[in-house]
Design a protein around this ligand. Sequence first.
Ligand SMILES: C[S@@+](CC[C@H](N)C(=O)[O-])C[C@H]1O[C@@H](n2cnc3c(N)ncnc32)[C@H](O)[C@@H]1O
Length: 218
Amino acid sequence: MSRSPFNLNLNPYVTKVQQHSDIIRTHLTDGSPDTAGLINLSRPIIVDLGCGAGNFLRDYALSAPEIDFFGFELRYKRLVKGALKFKKHHLANVRLIQARAENIALWFPPASIREVYINFPDPWPKKRHLKHRLITTDFLVRLRGLLEEKGQFVFKTDHRDYFDLAKTLIDECGVFDVIGYTEDLHNSPLDEQNIPTEFELLFKSKGYPVYYIKTKVR
Ligand SMILES: C[S@@+](CC[C@H](N)C(=O)[O-])C[C@H]1O[C@@H](n2cnc3c(N)ncnc32)[C@H](O)[C@@H]1O
């Protein structure tokens, strides 16, 4: 690799993402992405927004080969780690999309997705950063439009304030019914169906409660 001082490609994972282009599709602008060959509308679709290094997708996809899984993630290293996991398990039903989760509607047609998961999104706790939070009324309404008639949206977080806000927005937006709710997932019967994520296991090991809400389209 060139060590020229003019080589601005400092993150080695940029090249590694390109080496996994069979799994990872990159589109970091707000224009229309190339979705050719990516989405098969004859199969069910499940989407994980902000999927990190892909543990949740790996475990879910292993249990459901008849479903196609898509993870949105921005960070190069996490995408590469995810791709390596899927390859290790010979998973042909998972793809990663390096794009902003906010732009999900550029990738999927209306009423095409069975389930959307947002697991431990960045909480943006500072007041001046609240505008960066993924879950807004606008976003929820857009999500509802992408979900199938019986589609579900599930949200998990360790962040009480973000959880309360999301619950309020879900109630107010009027497009989802809550079908599962707990303020302590790991001590709830809902944990039996739960697939833990990387961040979730970290918070669990520290004894933090996990807040969980499951909804279906109204
Ligand atoms: C706190 S981590 C949680 C990762 C994983 N869901 C988990 O539970 O272990 C949040 C992830 O969302 C990604 N992320 C943040 N903003 C995003 C956005 N606008 N679009 C897609 N991914 C995003 C981050 O890079 C990070 O990997």
